[in-house]
Design a protein around this ligand. Structure first.
Ligand SMILES: O=P(O)(O)O[C@H]1O[C@H](CO)[C@@H](O)[C@H]1O
Ligand code: HPA
Length: 297
């Protein structure tokens, strides 16, 4: 059996993935590409077109990477795209996996730890989300200033389990998860591009899904100060902060959640993908401009 096959079989049988396992995966990927990225970008539902802005692409499908979770959801292509964006070396995840697909939170976030061991210091997370804030509109871009880990209230947290301090501390702080400097930069650039009418800053919450929320759940989220809700991102941010990364996040408001009982319309994934398609050029422009101005450490 080739070394690659041995690694694949080994990773597929792991229940508790260790630091050394993740290091093997990081080294496996680095052997396949020339690019050495300092910035990672995760593309949410229907937002994979961000990869169109990447130059000098080197692509690896997730299915070829031992131990990598493969997304089963439409709108998540499942490719790692390396290259340059805004003059910086980046690794872009064209699609993500989610806990509702049946993956434990530790597995959905494995790519973040892999990026960390590959030398990535800054992580951009993007997602499609339902608007809770009644002042928001479909197509708004929300810079994430904080999150509520509702999944965590139910015990879904990728940091549960033995802690390896080579990644980070047992009790990581989470009060300043989303980098203020990048948020301010993004806001300034968005306004400069004429996006002032649809750029927002707000709080994201995550429930596991896969069902969309009930009316009362949405009303509850509104009461606690949530502006937009989804089924991803939070586990990735927890793992990224745990290993000391700088994090920046944006939600595309793809639909407004249903807040009235007994109305006919319902949330649906098709609308989510359509809005992603409609805003994809603006998002590409904004992300590229932010990356261009960013000082990466
Ligand atoms: O969070 P991303 O991956 O953007 O996807 C969002 O869109 C899907 C629902 O339409 C859910 O997976 C939700 O989390
Ligand atoms: O309304 C929503 N709820 C949860 N996740 C979502 N992802 C896109 N829209 C939504």
């Amino acid at each position: 059996m080739s070394n690659e096959a041995v690694l694949r079989e080994y990773m597929n049988t792991r229940t508790q993935v260790t630091y050394d396992d993740i290091d093997l995966v990081a080294k496996y990927i680095l052997e396949k590409v020339k690019c050495r990225p300092k910035l990672g970008i995760i593309c949410g539902s229907g937002l994979g077109k961000l990869a169109d802005s990447v130059e000098n692409k080197e692509i690896i499908p997730y299915s070829e990477i031992p131990g990598f979770p493969v997304s089963t959801v439409p709108g998540h292509e499942g490719k790692l795209v390396f290259g340059t964006l805004g003059g910086k070396n980046v690794i872009l995840m064209q699609g993500r996996s989610h806990c509702y697909e049946g993956y434990p939170a530790q597995k959905t976030t494995l790519p973040v730890r892999v990026m960390h061991l590959m030398g990535v210091k800054t992580l951009f997370v993007t997602n499609a989300a339902g608007g809770i804030n009644r002042n928001y509109n479909i197509g708004d871009i929300m810079i994430i200033k904080d999150h509520v880990n509702l999944a965590g209230f139910a015990g879904v947290n990728p940091l549960v389990g033995p802690n390896d301090t080579r990644f980070g501390p047992r009790f990581p702080p989470m009060s300043r998860a989303y980098d203020l400097n990048i948020r301010q930069l993004a806001l300034r650039l968005a306004k400069g591009m004429g996006f002032g009418d649809f750029i927002r800053e707000g709080v994201y919450s995550m429930m596991v899904g896969p069902n969309f929320e009930t009316v009362t759940e949405c009303r509850l989220l509104q009461i606690v100060g949530v502006d937009a809700t989804g089924m991803s991102t939070v586990p990735e941010v927890l793992v990224a902060k745990h290993c000391g990364m700088t994090v920046f996040g944006m939600s595309l408001i793809t639909n407004m959640v249903i807040m009235e009982y007994d109305v006919e319309n319902t949330a649906n994934h098709e609308e989510v993908l359509e809005t992603g398609e409609r805003r994809s050029k603006d998002l590409q422009k904004l992300v590229t401009a932010i990356v261009q101005e960013l000082e990466l450490n």
